[in-house]
Design a protein around this ligand. Structure first.
Ligand SMILES: NC(=O)c1ccc[n+]([C@@H]2O[C@H](COP(=O)([O-])OP(=O)(O)OC[C@H]3O[C@@H](n4cnc5c(N)ncnc54)[C@H](O)[C@@H]3O)[C@@H](O)[C@H]2O)c1
Length: 342
C-alpha cells in the first residue's frame, strides 16, 4: 500500500537515499530539513535536486521550530515518520555541544510530541553505534548495557532511545530505534573518513589516521541501511508479552518499543580500508599518524542477528564493492561540479 512518509533530514546522506527509494516505489515523501552548513550545503542542494518529483514535498524548517513541525503533521498527516535529522558527528560534539542538544534533544522532543498529537503508524528514528561507548565486549549486541557514552553525540542518541521508550509507554507510540554503524556509499558525508581520504589522496594531500591506524569500523553500505529501514516500515514494534521487569532486556519492553543494530557485522581494519581506496584510485596515501581522538572508540562491530530475525535481511555488502561505488560517484559528482562551474 502506498504511504505518506515523513523523512526528516531528507537533504542528508541517509535521508536522501531513503526518500529516493520511497519515491521510486510510489510512496509520497514529505521531507523536513533545515539544510544547515555543518558540511557543504551544495551537496545537500544537489541531493534535493535529484529528489525533484511530484510526490515529494520539502519543508525547509528546523526540528526545534515546534510550530513548523506541528504544521507539517497537521497539513500532511504522515502515516510513518522516519527521523534522520540530527546533528551528526562525534568530534564536532566537543566543539559545539549546543547544536546536539538543540537538534537531537529539543528537535526529537518536537517529533515525539507531533507523533503523540497526530497519531502515526510508527516512528522510526536514527540512533547510533556510538551508544556502545566504552564497551569492549564484541560484537556489540542490543542486549549489552549502553550506559557509558564517550561523547555528547552518543549521549544524545542514547537519550533519544530513552525518550522514545517513554512515549511508547505513556502514549502507546510505536517506536523503532536504529543504531547505525558507519554508513558509507555514494552521496556520502564529507566529514566522514571515506570522503576525506578519497579527496586527500586524489589531491596528493596527507590523511589523518587516528590511533596510529589501530582502528576498525563496521562499515555499512547505505543501500543495505535503506533496505533495512524499508522492511522495518512494514513490521511494527510490539509489546513483548514475555517481558520481565525482574530481568529486563534493554532493547525491548512491555510497550511497543524496539532498538536494532544496523551494521555489517564485519569490521574492517582502518589500514585495510585505506589500501582498498588506494587500489581503486591507483594512488598511495600520505599517512599522518595521530593518537586516538577524544570521544572516539577504537573499534565497532555489530551483532545484527536481531535485525535479521525481524526482517530476514542484514547488511552484507563487501567493503571493496561499496568503496568502488562511492569512488565512482565521487569522481562523477566532482567532475559534474567542475563542468558546471567552468
Ligand atoms: N552516517 C552514519 O554513519 C551514521 C551513523 C550513526 C548514526 N547516524 C545518524 O543517522 C542520521 C542521518 O545521518 P546522515 O549521515 O544522513 O547525516 P547528515 O548530516 O547527512 O543528515 C542530517 C540532515 O539533517 C539536517 N538537520 C540537522 N539538524 C536539523 C534540525 N535541527 N532540523 C532540521 N534539519 C536538521 C541536516 O541539514 C542534514 O541534511 C543522523 O541522525 C545520524 O546521527 C548516521
Amino acid at each position: 500500500m502506498k504511504k505518506t512518509v515523513l523523512v526528516t533530514g531528507v537533504a542528508g546522506f541517509i535521508g536522501f537515499h531513503l526518500a529516493r527509494r520511497l519515491l521510486r516505489e510510489g510512496h509520497h515523501v514529505v521531507g523536513i530539513d533545515e539544510v544547515n552548513d555543518y558540511y557543504d550545503p551544495h551537496l545537500k542542494e544537489a541531493r534535493l535536486y535529484v529528489l525533484t518529483h511530484p510526490n515529494f514535498k520539502l519543508y525547509r524548517d528546523s526540528l526545534e521550530n515546534k510550530m513548523a513541525v506541528t504544521r507539517v503533521f497537521e497539513k500532511r498527516s504522515p502515516d510513518i515518520v522516519v527521523n534522520l535529522a540530527a546533528q551528526a558527528g562525534v568530534r564536532y560534539s566537543l566543539e559545539n555541544p549546543d547544536a546536539y542538544i538543540q537538534s537531537n534533544i529539543v528537535g526529537f522532543l518536537n517529533i515525539l510530541e507531533a507523533c503523540r498529537n497526530f497519531p502515526v503508524e510508527q516512528l522510526i528514528y536514527a540512533s547510533s553505534s556510538s551508544v556502545y561507548g566504552s564497551n569492549q565486549k564484541m560484537p556489540f549486541s542490543e542486549q549489552h548495557p549502553v550506559d557509558h557514552p564517550l561523547s555528547l553525540y552518543a549521549a544524545s542518541k542514547k537519550a533519544n532511545e530513552l525518550m522514545a521508550h517513554t512515549y511508547s509507554h505513556l502514549f502507546g507510540l510505536k517506536t523503532t530505534g536504529l543504531r547505525f554503524f558507519s554508513v558509507y556509499g555514494p552521496w556520502g558525508r564529507p566529514d566522514m573518513a571515506l570522503y576525506k581520504f578519497t579527496e586527500a589522496i586524489i589531491k596528493g594531500e596527507p590523511i589523518d589516521v587516528y590511533n596510529y591506524g589501530q582502528m576498525a569500523r563496521d562499515f555499512t553500505y547505505v543501500d543495505d541501511v535503506i533496505e533495512s529501514i524499508v522492511r522495518l516500515m512494514d513490521i511494527q514494534p510490539f509489546a513483548d508479552e514475555e517481558f520481565d521487569y525482574h530481568d529486563p532486556l534493554p532493547d525491548r519492553s512491555d510497550v511497543p518499543f524496539r532498538v536494532y543494530n544496523v551494521g555489517n557485522h564485519s569490521p574492517v581494519q582502518l589500514m585495510d580500508f585505506i589500501r582498498i581506496i588506494e587500489k581503486k584510485l591507483g594512488k598511495r596515501a600520505i599517512v599522518n599518524e595521530l593518537p586516538l581522538q577524544p570521544g572516539d572508540v577504537p573499534e565497532s562491530f555489530a551483532d545484527s542477528s536481531e535485525l535479521y530475525g525481524a526482517i530476514d535481511f542484514q547488511p552484507q555488502t563487501p567493503i571493496e564493492q561499496g568503496v568502488h561505488e562511492f569512488i565512482d560517484w565521487y569522481i562523477t559528482y566532482h567532475h559534474a561540479l567542475k563542468e558546471g562551474i567552468e
